[in-house]
Design a protein around this ligand. Structure first.
Ligand code: HEM
Length: 511
């Protein structure tokens, strides 16, 4: 039943709620140490929110703001901003390899929570989307389960799927090079669909793929700072749904994604009922649901959200590979030389070649540094007060480890804008490894590090090696080179559509 309230009543209600929210706002205790350096433009109540409102690439803005504060302010590697007025409005932005190691890695027990996300987690995901789950028992349960399914040794059993999909990708590049971005999306999606549901999509217009992308776009926009007033004033959550359009929309999105997850699970159930034994994570979940203590929705979300976690990210990095090659052909020539030498023209690369392909591995790392798929990372939150280099970091702060900035830390990556995989080899490679665990922070941090990284690294390796084996990648003749900064907004960012010249490699064509 729709209820029309006069505007003046609504306005008065909103003012009262805001006033109450402000009055009840927890006051921060006074600490001897000051907060970390912050931009000067802070406004009472909302701090630096306006500086970030409407920016397209938050990670680039954070980085530029930090650099503009001067050498002295940048010394600690961290910056403070107050974004909004919610419970996690204190925000610490981490910008350097050293600060990442000192805080996120060495004190991981303090830095593994997530900020409270009312719309994307509590409403759209009904608190079951692992990547947004707080640092609690449910998260530990999920993490333990995923480890059993995605650890390094088990990940090697998915290699035949990745191998087959890489070959299918090569065929599509050959037949229809203009739509290379779609082929890459299909490759990444099919790897995860098979691991999670023993299902393969025929093309990129498959309903499950389109719906997944729609769902990711929606919840990740809702997770951006400033997306909804309720994130800053949680008290607005008490307003009834009929005057809270965001609530209605979030509930609609929850139903939609649950419907999609149910459909995918239905396929697995049908196969099981027919006596087949589909090799996939969902079958394992259904068979062991009771022993894991997962309710039905948690089962659906655990498998369903793997698709979003693993598919768009791999797509983003592989698309960046093509973008990098349209801009700098030298690295691609070296990649091809390595694959030609190790594999030769008579067969395609396999996982057995991986130890002999250090340059291909280095390209995977350089992609994660140069154009990270999750450039502003997934926010962490601080569970206790902390102190770093004389600065006070308040309990409850949102901690944004700006992967974009960390990959441009001049101490470790002096020529950060250049795509140069050789930095990961030899002495320079050793120096980078001693500064950062994996040489990049594309997979995130410490206890929250991506549990799918063993699968993801394998996907990247086989896809880069296969493309280097079979294809010349470069810019279109007589066209300007694509803009290497033209990327999408949102949590997972990828190159906006661009054109590339993709042709069969000479050596393979001659065979
Ligand atoms: C190149 C591909 C990938 C990239 C760049 C990537 C990146 C990330 C990042 C940055 C995080 C957040 C880490 C943090 O908060 O510190 C994350 C979390 C996660 N990723 Fe990945 N990921 C990739 C592939 C995958 C795959 C293939 C899977 C599963 C098969 C997966 C499953 C997850 C899950 C479940 C989480 C949530 C972990 C948690 O909150 O504890 N990811 N990933």
């Amino acid at each position: 039943m729709a209820v029309d309230l006069p505007l003046s009543t609504l306005a008065l209600g909103a003012v009262l709620i805001l006033a109450l929210g402000l009055a009840l706002r927890p006051r921060r205790a006074r600490f001897a140490a000051p907060l970390p350096p912050a931009p000067k433009t802070s406004i009472p109540l909302i701090g630096h929110t306006l500086m970030m409102s409407g920016v397209r690439w938050a990670w680039v803005s954070f980085y530029e703001i930090w650099k503009s504060m001067g050498e002295e302010a940048c010394r600690s590697g961290i910056m403070y901003m107050r974004l909004g007025n919610g419970p996690n409005a204190d925000t610490i932005i981490v910008n350097t390899c050293k600060a990442t190691q000192d805080l996120l890695e060495k004190k991981s027990g303090l830095y593994s929570d997530r900020p409270r996300m009312i719309v994307p987690q509590e409403y759209i995901s009904n608190n079951r989307r692992m990547v947004l789950t707080r640092y609690n028992d449910r998260w530990r349960q999920l993490r333990k389960f995923l480890h059993t399914q995605l650890h390094d040794k088990l990940a090697s059993t998915y290699e035949p799927v990745q191998d087959l999909e890489a070959k299918a990708l090569a065929l599509s590049f050959l037949e229809d090079p203009e739509h290379f971005a779609d082929h890459i999306q299909l490759f990444s999606s099919n790897v995860i669909l098979q691991i999670a549901y023993a299902r393969r999509a025929r093309d990129v217009n498959d309903k499950a793929i389109r719906m997944m992308i729609y769902s990711i776009e929606n919840w990740s926009l809702e997770a951006l700072p400033g997306a909804r007033l309720v994130a800053d004033f949680p008290i607005l959550d008490y307003l009834p749904a009929f005057i809270s359009p965001w609530k209605k929309n979030a509930i609609r999105l929850h139903k939609l994604e649950l419907e999609l997850f149910n459909t995918l699970t239905g396929g697995v159930r049908r196969k099981m009922a027919a006596g087949e034994l589909p090799e996939c994570l969902m079958r394992h979940l259904l068979e062991n649901q009771k022993s894991y203590g997962f309710d039905d929705e948690l089962v659906q979300y655990t498998a369903g959200t793997l698709f979003e976690a693993g598919s768009d990210t791999t797509t983003s990095l592989t698309t960046s590979l093509v973008l990098a090659a349209t801009n700098n052909n030298e690295f691609w020539k070296k990649a091809k030389e390595e694959v030609d030498r190790v594999v030769g023209p008579d067969r395609m690369p396999t996982f057995a070649d991986s130890d002999d392909l250090p340059y291909i591995v280095a390209i995977g790392k350089e992609l994660q540094r140069w154009r990270p798929a999750v450039p502003a990372a997934v926010p962490h939150a601080l569970t206790e007060d902390d102190e770093y280099m004389g600065f006070h970091l308040p309990k409850g702060s949102t901690v944004i480890c700006n992967t974009w900035a960390i990959g441009r830390d001049k101490v470790v990556f002096p020529d950060g804008e250049t795509f140069r995989p050789e930095r990961y080899l030899g002495e320079e490679g050793k120096k980078i490894a001693s500064a950062l665990n994996k040489g990049h922070t594309g997979f995130g941090f410490a206890r929250r590090i991506c549990p799918g990284l063993h699968v993801a690294e394998r996907s990247l390796l086989i896809v880069i090696a296969t493309l280097a084996w079979g294809f010349e990648l470069g810019p279109k003749a007589n066209e300007p080179r694509p803009d290497v900064f033209n990327f999408s907004e949102g949590f997972v960012s990828r190159a906006n559509p661009f054109r590339a010249e993709i042709t069969l490699a000479m050596l393979v064509a001659l065979v």
